[in-house]
Design a binder for this molecule. Sequence first.
Ligand code: NAP
Length: 253
Amino acid sequence: MTTTPRRTAIVTGAARGIGAAVARRLAADGFAVAVLDLDESACAAVVAEIEAAGGRALAVGVDVADEGAVQTAVERIADTLGEPTVLVNNAGIIRDNLLFKMTVDDWDAVMGVHLRGSFLMARAVQGYMTHASFGRIVNLSSTSALGNRGQANYATAKAGLQGFTKTLALELGKFGVTVNAIAPGFIETEMTAATAARMGVSFEDFKAAAAAEIPVARTGRPEDIAHAVSYFVSEGAGFTSGQVIYVAGGPKA
Ligand code: NAP
């Protein structure tokens, strides 16, 4: 019988929302988990939860768009938890506005976190993955990749991540590294709560309106995305690569 080595996963934007659920789920699946977010102290609660459940975790404060900081953080994770062979590029921001009101800062900030951040993180971990002849990268896209009013920056970044995913799948496959993307629909997090606040509606009403359009008749929860990540990073998913799965409660975004 072969035993699977204990592997180290990095989840970005893991202090809350989808990232926190992914970090908890991967820890429950047996991974040592680097809980990475902008503010290291904000990661403490998720780390404590994982440790209380018997897992191993490390809080790491880093801006994924900062090249030097990413390199240093990944080396620290490798030294502390072991070679990172799973990466979930989840960190994200929104800076919504109609095109005529969108500033260059709104555009650059969104590209910086989603695209530059995912690129820097993937580049920093790929050497560990190719060395281990095993790797799993999951990028968080969005149904907004198909177009969403007020999100020219975000939709572009999320569509870009799909091209990034497919290209890395082509480049890294022969090293045992798979690269896939998850495109969530409406998930209940602070991000969607902030959108409701910006539109001047209560989160409850916002969720109810969204659920009315979703075939499974509810909005998504962070755990719904964590479940999909769990599959993509599993040992048995080695023949699934370059895919984009819409986890949106139905066939249409
Ligand atoms: P969230 O609740 O806003 O959490 C995002 C996390 O990312 C926050 O903890 C945030 O830290 C962190 N972050 C932001 N910029 C960062 C940076 N430069 N470096 C490191 N960490 C950074 O968002 P969420 O709803 O869980 O979304 C997670 C991912 O799923 C995002 O990529 C999002 O675009 C995608 N997504 C979400 C939905 C949805 O309906 N919620 C749908 C489709 C796709 P701070 O708190 O310090 O800013």
